[in-house]
Design a protein around this ligand. Structure first.
Ligand SMILES: [Zn+2]
Length: 212
């Protein structure tokens, strides 16, 4: 289904697979336009059988402008992973690497995903990035699911540091989904992803979707 359009007018889509009414799992393949290896994982998830009892929602890309422009940002030079409306803060200006936009959810891509997640209330949401090759640890159920994913996918656990982390998509989603103990996290892939590795990641998604 169509979720809306990017700053430069490109459509953003979500596709549903699997068991209607099952455990809802949302996977977003691309948020930073120049970090697009998650596409191969989404492609595997869309073409292989979904485990029974799982309602799988796939957004290939929430940043088609960035993909077309081979750029991290959307068509307004905004870092979409600094634009989400929870603990948003101003960062930089157009041209700055982490420019956060003019305000919380100022960008149409952010609004499209905020609307989708607010309506779907997925149990688990995942965003793919590159190329730090790590999953951040966390506590509680969130931490257990992340650690299981990392184990299955062969990624180390470790802290991502060094940036300014306001307006992050997964942080917003975690807050949005907290009433149902929902899980939302970032997977930092490496600089490349082989077809075999993409299949391993897709298997990890299917496994945590079943295990919860
Ligand atoms: Zn990224």
């Amino acid at each position: 289904m169509g979720l809306g359009f990017s700053a430069e007018g490109r459509p953003i889509f979500a596709n549903r697979h699997g068991t209607p009414g099952g455990r809802r799992v949302l996977v977003i393949g691309v948020i930073h336009g120049d970090e697009d290896d998650g596409l191969a994982i989404v492609n595997n998830l869309s073409t292989q059988p979904v485990p029974d009892g799982v309602e799988l929602w796939l957004v290939e890309s929430m940043n088609p402008d960035g993909q077309a422009n081979l750029d991290r940002h959307n068509g307004n030079s905004v870092d979409l992973n600094r634009n989400f409306p929870y603990k948003w803060g101003p960062i930089g200006e157009p041209g700055n690497g982490q420019y956060a936009g003019t305000g919380p959810a100022s960008e149409p891509e952010t609004q499209a995903i905020v609307n989708l997640i607010s309506q779907l209330q997925p149990d688990i949401a995942i965003w793919y990035h590159q190329d730090l090759f790590v999953v951040n640890p966390a506590s509680g159920r969130e931490g257990r699911v992340r650690a299981r994913y990392a184990e299955l996918a062969g990624l180390p656990m470790g802290q991502i540091t060094g940036g300014t982390y306001t307006g992050i998509a997964a942080t917003w989603a975690r807050n949005e989904l907290s009433g149902n103990d929902g899980v939302a996290f970032i997977v930092e892939l490496g600089s490349t992803l082989s077809p075999t590795e993409a299949a391993t990641h897709a298997d990890a998604v299917r496994t945590i979707a079943v295990e919860g």
